[in-house]
Design a protein around this ligand. Structure first.
Ligand code: ATP
Ligand code: MG
Length: 414
């Protein structure tokens, strides 16, 4: 029966089968990140709106259009977090982590919220896995975080992945470049889409993302920042590339790469998947050497990335394997239900996954239910106090010692 309520637009329920694929992703990520020393951090689902305005940047789509902002009962403006980096940096400063040995390496996973037009791979509540390596400008850190995401995608078996790499230079270089880019765009205003034209001075980088032909043609001849990199910025980028080469990580330099956040400096990167259509980016990130200072902290170099869990799962498009159970305890007569309950509890305490019938089925129905949930073995408690053990794969059944059922079950398992 359909309920008169549905999940809100752009949101979805994670049903058990899908939850299993997620759990596998989360386990794999936790293993990879822990081995590299990235410790979990969790921050609130909402923050002061100003944190995102400052931290993500007022010129970004996120702040201009996509935030879920509301007023609390005390009249404060709060926003459901649209991304993780600003919050993690806020926490880094709030808890004095800048006084710890640097860099501080953190990871997070959880829901994020953006008011976007829902489509495949784009939701209003979605999940990101992310890492931040805060307190170093070493190119080694850039390559360490990039390799974490490439290892994760490889370990999960995500097909068709390509790594795109770019550099925006330091804040000053980026600033000078933006002036040059704005000048180029103003010189060709008439050929640009109205959307791009209106935002030349607000966010000229977004012109690289436009899909209309006029803008594209103008962008063909636009100056790129990668070709203008000089001094330490150029050295930094060359070092990142040399380290990636040495580590055998394949990438393509993309001088038109831009990211949706204002705070990026130097290295930026994006992992795209050719199976995903329009929403092709599974994850991306970059350096944000100016952000912590902008939030009121000391000058602090940092780099990180965020990956979309749903996009990774879409790219995998896998059948989640059934969870299965070690055992099902069935009863021949209703009187043995109590015994079955006690036995199931003992089995669970012994580390065996076990279930029993909770719906009053006859023995035949119980065996069917055991099969449905993927139980490997079924213990049948018989009316005379005896017990039979049935192997569900082979169909073989043999009597077992009713006084020793837990041992009987653990013996075979371990
Ligand atoms: P896009 O270009 O797809 O809008 P973005 O530049 O907004 O991405 P980021 O802010 O860097 O993306 O977020 C990191 C990752 O989070 C993206 O690579 C993507 O996998 C995922 N992501 C971003 N927005 C959404 C969304 N609305 N729904 C699902 N996943 C998302
Ligand atoms: Mg976006």
């Amino acid at each position: 029966m359909a309920s008169k309520y549905q999940a809100p637009r752009g949101t979805f329920d994670v049903l058990p089968e899908a939850a299993r694929s997620r759990a596998r992703l989360e386990r794999t990520a936790a293993e990879i990140l822990t081995r590299a020393g990235y410790e979990p951090i969790a921050t609130p689902m909402f923050e002061d709106t100003e944190l995102f305005e400052r931290g993500v940047g007022r010129s970004t789509d996120i702040v201009r259009k996509e935030m879920f902002t509301f007023e609390d009962k005390g009249g404060r403006s709060l926003t459901l977090r649209p991304e993780g980096t600003a919050s993690v940096c806020r926490a880094y400063l709030e808890h004095g982590m800048h006084k710890l040995a640097q860099p501080v390496k953190l990871s997070y996973l959880g829901p994020f919220f953006r008011h976007e037009r829902p489509q495949a791979g784009r939701y209003r509540q979605f999940h990101q896995l992310g890492v931040e390596c805060i307190g170093t400008d070493s190119p080694l850190a850039d390559v360490e975080v990039i390799m974490l995401l490439s290892d994760l995608l490889a370990e999960l078996g995500v097909p068709g992945i390509e790594l795109r790499l770019g550099s925006l230079g330091s804040l000053q270089a980026r600033h000078d470049y933006l002036d040059a880019l704005k000048a180029h765009l103003h010189a060709h205003e008439a050929e640009l889409s109205s959307d791009v034209r209106e935002r030349i001075d607000v966010n000229p980088l977004r012109a690289f993302d436009a899909d209309d032909e006029g803008t594209r043609a103008v962008m063909e001849s636009a100056p790129t920042i990668v070709e203008r990199l000089e001094g330490e910025d150029a050295e930094h980028f060359a070092e990142v590339r040399a380290l990636l080469d040495a580590a055998g990580v394949a990438y393509a330099v993309d001088s038109t790469l831009v990211r949706g956040l204002d705070y990026y400096t130097r290295t930026i990167f994006s992992f795209v998947c050719d199976r995903l259509g329009a929403q092709s980016e599974v994850g991306g990130g970059g350096r944000y050497d100016g952000l912590i200072e902008q939030l009121g902290g000391p000058p602090t170099a940092a780099i990180g990335w965020a990956a979309g869990i749903e996009r990774i799962l879409l790219a995998l498009d896998e059948e989640a394997p059934g969870a299965g159970r070690d055992a099902f305890v069935a009863v021949a007569e209703a009187e043995q239900r109590q015994r079955a309950m006690v036995l199931v509890s003992e089995l669970r305490h012994a580390g065996i996954s076990a279930e029993l019938d909770l719906a009053g089925r006859a023995l035949k129905g119980q065996l069917k239910q055991a099969d449905r949930i993927g139980a490997r073995r079924v213990l049948i408690l018989e009316a005379d106090g005896g017990a039979q053990l049935r192997d569900m794969d082979s169909g073989e059944q043999r009597p077992v010692d009713p006084g020793n059922l837990v041992d009987e079950m653990t013996g075979g398992e371990r």
